[in-house]
Design a protein around this ligand. Sequence first.
Ligand code: GLC
Length: 562
Amino acid sequence: MILDKRKVVYQIYPKSFKDTTGNGIGDFRGIIEKIPYLAKLGVDMVWLNPFYPSPQRDNGYDISDYMAVDPLFGDMADFEEMVCVGKEHKIDFMLDMVLNHCSTEHEWFQKALAGDQYYQDFFFIQDQPTDWQSKFGGSAWAPFGDTGKYYLHLFDETQADLNWRNLNVRKELFKVVNFWRDKGVKGFRFDVINLIGKDEVLVDCPENEGKPAYTDKPIVHDYLRMMNQATFGSDDSFMTVGEMSSTTMENCVLYSSPDRQELSMTFNFHHLKVDYKDGQKWTVAPFDFEELKSLYHSWGKEMSDKGGWSALFWNNHDQPRALNRFVDIQNFRKEGATMLAASIHLSRGTPYIYMGEEIGMIDPDYDSMADYVDVESLNAYQMLLKEGKGEQEAFQIIQAKSRDNSRIPMQWDASENAGFSTGTPWLKAGKSYKDINVENDIQGPIFTFYQDLIRLRKEMPIISEGSYKPAFEDSKQVYAFERQFEDQKLLVLNNFYAKEVEIDLPAVYQNGQILISNYEDAEVSEKILLKPYQTLAIYVNKYSSKISSNRVSSICNLKTVF
Ligand code: GLC
């Protein structure tokens, strides 16, 4: 695998992207219909959340057959056509591989339940449960049929953890990976992959360890190398990303260093916990800018210095929209959306766009608990009530934190259900769709800004390849960094607040050129006044006089938006 660092990934939550049958659920034919839209945006790869047969207890992350397509989304011929149409538009597909656990309806678990020892060894079955907690609340152990034993489920009780120590399990899973490679997919996103290295004997977590005993075990690196060798490792054009739960930088450097032959890059979530009060998700608090800035700087610098590679993102199907979390959307939605975009698209790593981000979609603003469907949100609501919160307070927390916030139907136009479906959508559309939708916004400032950022990454090695260095580390409202490549430098300034702020521009940038900004009148001078949520990138090249005039004008003529 040799990572092409110019590529940008777009995430589609298939259930909510585009329904062509009227059953209220998005499908492959809907994705095929919208491939030209994705090509217009300029993305190279589409990551699809799971579409395999599944009881849908956890929206497809509970897979009951890894090598088939859930008829909800179409059939295998539709899938294959989608991959082909993608290729015609230079767009490849990255599939979600959920290999830490499978559904209890999978035949492996069913055979285990029926008493087959061979398949019982696929799972963690013990006489006594440990004190481990499920990530969705409650014990991580459930009774294994009527045997008096228990099986491990780190997530929902219908998601049984698979035992990677068992060679037969690994063989089956690698077969799955190769099955989809043979269908022409060019990437995988491995779900919670740093949890696959459980010990031989599972024991209670010592109380003050802070981390459960199953995260980032050294053996995960061995398993990843085995998988790499048995599957995608031989294909240079392949791209893989591991979703890393509560991980460390040290491990992410190892997971993603090219010479280790594990994965191309890693997702971590530390920066999306900066609005958790006392580290707890089900709370509402303003985000901690100092914490956000320091996390971005420490990860950016260490991954850069040590040769690791990060997946960069603000949104995904598990997170409320970043715009609602980090931006005053009443007054500065467009400025905030473009600033957030620049802060990762100009940084070091591979940027991921979550569907709807490119038009500035926001949370749905539901009125009632009855609108939510996600298992985690429903459990959390009950837990909050049990803890003594009133219904209104509990509801407000769910409203701010639910994963359904990002899973609402994609907003295509102002017609009923946001143009997503002619039937009743499986999850209600957000309230904002009459104003915020593709039809309205495709020529608008946010979409065109994303197009520019994607094009710049392709044109300029300083963006795709350059190193990362923190800048203005003491600023109370600007997150800034420098990129360097050969004799070129790029300074990226991002004002995270609705207040203006003055910056003393370092001398080296004072003769620089504005590469991109979300305000039209931006200028380079000794002192720069950054406007609310302004992003400004200043480029210098020691040998700029030697650059062909074409090149310079392509840089200078970039559109600025406001
Ligand atoms: C990952 C997925 C999430 C899912 C969980 C269990 O965190 O992103 O949606 O619920 O894994 O598979």
